[in-house]
Write a protein that binds this ligand. Structure first.
Ligand code: SF4
Length: 339
């Protein structure tokens, strides 16, 4: 929802300021998505608002639920017809983590990722990003499935290539919807200047780095932004980030068979972490790969476990991420961009 436009409109029709607070409370706290259902507004104002504005800036054209019911994925059609995705992932006990997109498509074109295949279509506005949270808040409430406990910026797009709108959307989600900064995580594949900027702008928000390899020749191919910002530059930026924010970094590492899952890869990752900062500042998340094409195979679980053991024995906190939603095309971009 574009709050500024609503505020200007209320002012132009001579409504008192408390009407704006009533509207914001209904939308951001109660997840009301229809002006006509905001009961404490006069009927005539409800009608004027619904004639002139939309609360959610897109339409959900498809919502899929995994067989286990632990993840839901929606394809959203933006005003200009572009398609994006968003997901709700169960954290147990009726709590949900919402995965949001920041761009329609993605310019980075990571080799294993669906979202990057067709390049960037456009950046999302801060409103379009935050509306994904409103959308799920309303949907979970309607289905009595529980409530939102955290937000991850890990959907379509590279958040740090749409930096200002990403930061603005975090502020909306935090200040208006009320999700704590420490329950919001933004993931970047390594945009060095904005890693430093992020430490200054939002030091309490979690930062995840989609690393996937600590060997430049491999990472250049997997994550092409590495050619511009190679691993030594990324390491220095992360050191500065930690020194400035005193926060832990989450390293995302997708496990690809015989590409980045060997003992040498684990050794290099360890060396890169040690070169960057003290081990206590890192948590490595090993992510089983959701197969999306012919180029890569998922690492067998024995290899993931061996990699996990290598890292943990060396004193780096490491987890193996539970794979959710593979039966609803769990990999980012798969639903919106088709097969
Ligand atoms: S993994 Fe992220 S940064 Fe890379 S192409 Fe996909 S959406 Fe873009």
């Amino acid at each position: 929802m574009n709050s500024n436009k609503i505020k200007d409109f209320l002012f132009s029709v001579g409504e008192p300021i408390y009407r704006f607070n009533q509207i914001e409370n209904a939308i951001y706290k109660d997840f009301t998505t229809d002006f006509k259902k905001i009961k404490n507004l006069p009927i005539s104002l409800r009608e004027k608002l619904s004639d002139n504005f939309r609360i959610i800036s897109f339409d959900a054209i498809n919502i899929l639920t995994s067989t286990k019911g632990d993840s839901h994925k929606a394809v959203l059609k933006l005003k200009d017809g572009r398609l994006i995705e968003t997901a709700a992932l169960s954290r147990g006990m009726l709590k949900w983590s919402i995965c949001v997109s920041t761009q329609a498509g993605c310019p980075v074109r990571c080799a294993f990722c669906y979202s990057g295949r067709k390049g960037l279509k456009r950046n999302l506005s801060a409103e379009e990003i935050a509306d994904q949270v409103l959308f799920w808040g309303a949907w979970l409430k309607e289905k009595s499935l529980g409530e939102i406990s955290s937000i991850v910026y890990m959907g379509m797009g590279e958040p740090f290539l749409n930096y200002e709108n990403t930061v603005e959307s975090v502020k909306i989600i935090n200040n208006k919807i009320g999700i704590g900064k420490r329950h919001i995580s933004v993931s970047t594949c390594g945009h060095v200047p904005n890693i430093r900027q992020f430490a200054r702008d939002l030091p309490q928000v979690n930062l995840a780095i989609s690393l996937h390899s600590a060997i430049d020749e491999i990472r250049d191919k997997l994550v092409p932004l590495n050619v511009k910002y190679p691993l030594d530059q990324l390491s220095k930026a992360i050191r500065d980030y930690i020194d400035c924010s005193k926060r832990k970094i989450f390293i995302e590492y997708i496990m690809l068979d015989n590409v980045n899952d060997r003992s040498r890869d684990a050794r290099k990752l360890l060396e890169w972490i040690k070169m960057t900062h003290q081990k206590k500042y890192f948590t490595v998340n090993l992510i089983p790969y959701n197969e999306t094409g012919k180029n890569f195979k998922p690492s067998p679980m024995e290899k993931i476990e061996k990699f996990h053991k290598h890292m943990t024995l060396a004193g780096v906190e490491t987890t193996i991420r539970k794979s959710l939603g593979s039966d609803i095309k769990g990999a980012c971009g798969q639903l919106a961009l088709g097969n």
